[in-house]
Design a protein around this ligand. Structure first.
Ligand code: FCB
Length: 510
């Protein structure tokens, strides 16, 4: 029995909970949390402090919450097409309605206000603004986001706009999708339209959500639209996105003098499996590919050292001068943290364990011949109900590493959260104590990184409401608000109420 199994079994005995057997985690146990691998001592949680004006926030994404998939002139998106294709989404679910936030945004913003939130990170849907991705603007699409932003501001909350959270007009996918470098220009036009129409009120823009994920899962391994699986297509798609990020930075700034442009990258701190030089080098390649592939290109105009050999410029379709297009000094750096990775060198015969998909996290097996990394999602710490390991220390390591590598930029945690399926009990409450424990520990580690010098100004819990979890459909719940998808009734979970108190008090022991 390893340490984790021992602790879990002791906790099961202490708490007598059957749920514990499924998840291996008991937040309410009377045993000290120190005994759970990776957990944070209560004294550190009690002592955690955040700077005045810290931006407590929540996040969502258009496709996951809006519904109204063909209302008011919206064009078909790649995710509409994917979800309407049999066999792509668990339970044959679609996001045609999902949380219906397109019609119910006032109710959801009232929840943010009630929970003392200071920032709301949402995304805009390209095919509402330009139904086929280029050309004339659909005024109803602009009106919708204009009303949304007004409502956010009226609630005293900062609007944080992600311009692309994975849904693109299907018409652009039909023209080759992201591997087609023309998309960089189309995307910059779309970003400029948003900044021109909303830039008097929105000052915080992130061009792309998790660019590695949608390019790799969409074009490299094919579990996201457009379901292509070719590593060279991934390289091309990622290069277009890097160009698009640079072009959009300029079009946004040209349209709005108040604009600040940052990012919403997916990142995971990575640790070598052994202390061998080969594993340490593989871990550096993982960091370059997964964490820096879109950040270093912006900040320094060059690709980080993600490959065993030379950078495959030809395969990516790199042209002379592209380095100048990509290079844009981001005003702040935003990234998500969900879990950590253990990395080894695939070239020296590490056995492949096969690929695993954990929602938007995908790992396992040896990735590809150019990076030659073998990546595992460890299970030493407890697992969430999405199968992701809880490792609070990871946020400290990641924030500290990015701070050092990029000369202490302003950082926003654009997402952090956990999947638990807790539902309302007989009294109508949702006592999701495991989610409270998750956020409390991660936030204590974030406070430690801030105390050690990182300039973190905001944190966004994923998510405001339970929603459509991509290829996992409605089988996962990340919300701090429960949604009954049949009645659309919202119930703020205990975690939401707790997080509201945290936002008001600026500390965790509330
Ligand atoms: C992130 C995505 C977000 C949501 C969460 C659970 O990777 O950005 O849309 O799916 O995972």
């Amino acid at each position: 029995m390893n340490r984790r199994e021992f602790v879990r079994d002791s906790l099961v005995a202490a708490a007598g909970s059957s749920l514990l057997r499924q998840t291996g985690f008991a937040a309410t146990s009377s045993l000290p949390q120190e005994q759970v691998p990776g957990s944070i001592p209560q004294s550190q949680i009690d002592g955690a402090r955040f700077p005045d004006g810290f931006l407590w926030g929540m996040a969502s994404a258009a496709y996951q919450v809006e519904g109204a998939w063909d209302d008011d002139g919206k064009g078909e998106s790649n995710w509409d097409r994917f979800a309407h294709t049999t066999g792509k989404i668990k339970g044959a679910a679609t996001a045609d309605v999902t949380c219906d936030q397109y019609h119910r945004f006032k109710e959801d913003i009232a929840i943010l206000k009630r929970l003392n939130q200071k920032s709301y990170r949402f995304s805009t849907c390209w095919s509402r603004i330009q139904p086929t991705g280029t050309g004339a603007v659909n005024p109803k699409g602009i009106d919708h986001y204009s009303r949304l932003v007004d409502a956010i501001l009226e609630a005293g909350i900062r609007p944080f706009c992600t311009i692309y959270h994975w849904d693109m007009p299907q018409a652009l996918e039909d023209r080759g999708g992201w591997p087609n470098r023309d998309l960089a220009g189309y995307y910059a036009d779309y970003a400029g339209i948003l900044a021109k129409n909303l830039g008097d009120r929105i000052t915080v823009w992130a061009p792309f959500n998790m660019p590695w994920t949608f390019t790799y899962l969409g074009y490299g391994v094919g579990v996201f639209p457009p379901a292509r699986s070719n590593f060279n297509e991934f390289l091309k798609a990622a290069h277009t996105v890097n160009l698009a990020q640079g072009e959009a930075f300029r079009s946004i700034k040209a349209a709005s003098s108040k604009a600040t442009v940052g990012s919403a990258y997916g990142m995971a701190p990575s640790y070598p499996k052994t202390s061998s030089e080969a594993d340490i080098a593989a871990t550096a390649r993982y960091h370059a590919m997964n964490n820096l592939y879109f950040l270093n290109t912006a900040m320094r105009g060059e690709y980080p050292k993600a490959f065993v050999g030379e950078i495959p410029y030809e395969a990516m379709g790199f042209k002379p001068g592209d380095d100048k297009i990509m290079k844009v000094p981001l005003d702040w750096v935003g990234f998500h943290y969900y879990t950590r990775r253990i990395v080894s060198d695939a070239a020296i015969g590490t056995a492949s364990s096969g690929s695993g998909h954990f929602g938007t996290e995908t790992e396992g097996g040896s990735r590809d011949p150019l990076t030659q990394i073998h990546v595992e999602t460890p299970a030493e710490g407890p697992l969430t109900e999405a199968g992701l390991e809880i490792w609070p220390r990871g946020i400290y390591d990641l924030v500290t590493q990015i701070s050092k590598e990029y000369n202490y930029p302003i950082i926003e945690i654009s997402e952090n959260g956990c999947c638990y399926l807790d539902a309302p009990d007989e009294s109508g409450r949702v006592p999701d104590t495991r989610r409270i424990s998750f956020h409390r520990q991660i936030l204590a580690e974030l406070a430690r990184a801030i105390a050690d010098g990182a300039k973190v100004r905001g944190y966004h819990a994923w998510s405001l409401v339970d929603n459509f979890e991509w290829a996992d459909g409605y089988t996962q719940r990340y919300g701090l608000t429960y949604v009954d998808f049949r009645s659309q009734k919202r119930t703020i979970k205990d975690s939401g109420l707790w997080y509201g108190r945290v936002a008001a008090a600026n500390r965790l022991n509330v």
